[in-house]
Design a protein around this ligand. Structure first.
Ligand SMILES: [Zn+2]
Length: 468
């Protein structure tokens, strides 16, 4: 990751008006329904009344209003309001004008992994607009007001955005009191548009793996009372000075010991959290970084061994620019800064060009679409609280067969995407029942998904707990 120069953009007047109107409508609508009682279900009659008050149909149809029973039995049912992803208009937050702006300032690179992104780049949200996941549950109200805020938008590849970051947004609260707004929270993810990522994440030039620079600086300050300049020199001059949580050198062991006694330093490390959430050391990505490193190593060696000519001088200047962070357009430019600084300090070092990722190969996290995450939920009717082998699933919009017509008491339960994803899904439609899966639903288009839930009863079969 590198710092992305966030040049100002003035949106056309029409887009600005649409943005403001959309946010105001959402705020007013939420305020309107916040006085409703717990366990009431949002019926289509309620939606019609809200629409009659002047709220936009797309917003009303994708409004979420329910009473959720948390996974932990000790907590009370909670009143939940918010919106599904369908309520947010991509023609406003990801218009051609905005897309063009972000691809330009990003040099067509993903803001997280720094790979070049062709047509599959997407405008994503730093603070997830439909809610953020905390301990497996979606906190819906969290950030809907940030959906159209330019400062909350980013340009990234689909893999980083949907497989890794998704709706994860770890924060700590500035004050002991529960956070009430974004001013009260400190995000634990680095925002490359407003911060210098190199203050938090740097790269080992030999393994091409990202390491939490902020955490390692803290370690050196605590244990060896070094200042920042000395720490940087130490880390750049010898990769043996970059301690690892998996290593077994004396320094590694000392670092691991320090981590155990400094849990708070680890929790507060933006570098560590960002590497973890974005999967910056996923083996496929590390392999691509190693490949680029190898190419530049060859160029660097050649430029040093060949006699000085206008051509080699030009290459040397280019390499110098990379080392000085003046080549942000390059793929993996942050890694190349660390690699060139390292090579320049000691060009005799033995560099293993066949290095392989040390992080274990792991299955990439499931990319569950924002549509599923924000709109599917279990509904448990009053007379079904003791059911253990199946759970009804609904889609939270005005089309859903059950959600739009239920008037009796019921509770809603979040879907445990990690544990329930492999459960069989049964669909009952037109007097016959057929099977599908979460994977198939995940791959469905929005219209197909809506049509399914509008016309059929859908449930998942599995080993569930009774909640009565
Ligand atoms: Zn990426």
């Amino acid at each position: 990751m590198i710092n992305i120069i966030n040049k100002a953009i003035t949106l056309n007047a029409d887009t600005q008006v649409k943005q403001k109107a959309a946010v105001k409508q959402m705020q007013d609508l939420i305020a309107d329904v916040s006085t409703w009682v717990k366990h009431k279900v949002l019926t289509n009659k309620d939606r019609a009344n809200l629409e009659a008050k002047g709220y936009a149909r797309d917003l009303v149809n994708n409004l979420v209003y329910l009473t959720e029973r948390p996974s932990s039995q000790s907590s009370e049912d909670s009143h939940v309001t918010g919106f599904t992803i369908e309520a947010f208009d991509p023609s406003i937050y990801a218009s051609d004008e905005i897309y063009q702006h972000f691809t330009n300032i990003n040099h067509h690179k993903c803001c997280w992994c720094e790979r070049k992104v062709a047509s599959d780049g997407i405008i994503s949200h730093f603070r997830p607009s439909y809610g953020r996941r905390e301990n497996g549950q979606l906190q819906r109200l969290a950030y809907y007001k940030q959906a159209y805020n330019l400062d909350n938008l980013m340009f990234s590849c689909r893999e980083c955005s949907e497989h890794y970051k998704s709706d994860r947004f770890p924060t700590i609260e500035k004050h002991q009191a529960k956070a009430h707004g974004i001013d009260d929270e400190l995000p634990l993810l680095v925002n490359p548009y407003f911060e210098q990522p190199r203050d938090f994440v740097r790269f080992n030039p030999v393994t091409a793996e990202a390491y939490p620079f902020d955490l390692i600086c803290q370690f050196y300050k605590d244990k060896f009372a070094l200042n920042q300049v000395d720490i940087v020199t130490k880390l750049q001059s010898d990769i043996g000075n970059i301690p690892s949580i998996n290593g077994c050198s004396d320094l590694d062991k000392e670092y691991q010991q320090w981590l155990k006694s400094s849990i708070s330093a680890q929790v507060l490390s933006k570098g560590s959290t960002t590497i973890d959430v974005l999967g910056l050391n996923r083996p496929s990505l590390v392999r691509q970084r190693l490949e680029v490193c190898k190419q530049y190593r060859a160029i660097w060696l050649a430029s040093n061994s060949e006699p000085s000519t206008p051509e080699t001088n030009k290459i040397k200047q280019h390499l110098e620019n990379i080392a000085n962070a003046e080549a942000p357009e390059l793929t993996f430019s942050a890694l190349l800064i660390d690699a060139l600084c390292y090579w320049q300090l000691d060009n005799n070092q033995d560099w293993d060009s066949d290095h392989q990722p040390t992080v274990k190969e792991e299955i990439a996290p499931l990319a569950i679409s924002p549509l599923l995450r924000s709109s599917l939920i279990y509904i448990v009717l009053d007379n079904e609280l003791s059911l253990k082998n199946k759970r009804r699933i609904i889609q939270l919009n005005n089309q859903d067969l059950l959600y739009s017509s239920t008037t009796g008491k019921c509770v809603f339960l979040p879907i445990d995407w990690n544990n329930d994803f492999s459960n069989v899904i049964k669909v009952h439609e037109n007097n016959h029942t057929w099977e599908t899966s979460f994977s198939e639903l995940n791959a469905s288009r929005a219209t197909a998904l809506s049509s399914l839930f509008a016309n059929a009863e859908v449930w998942a079969e599995g080993n569930y707990c009774s909640i009565s």
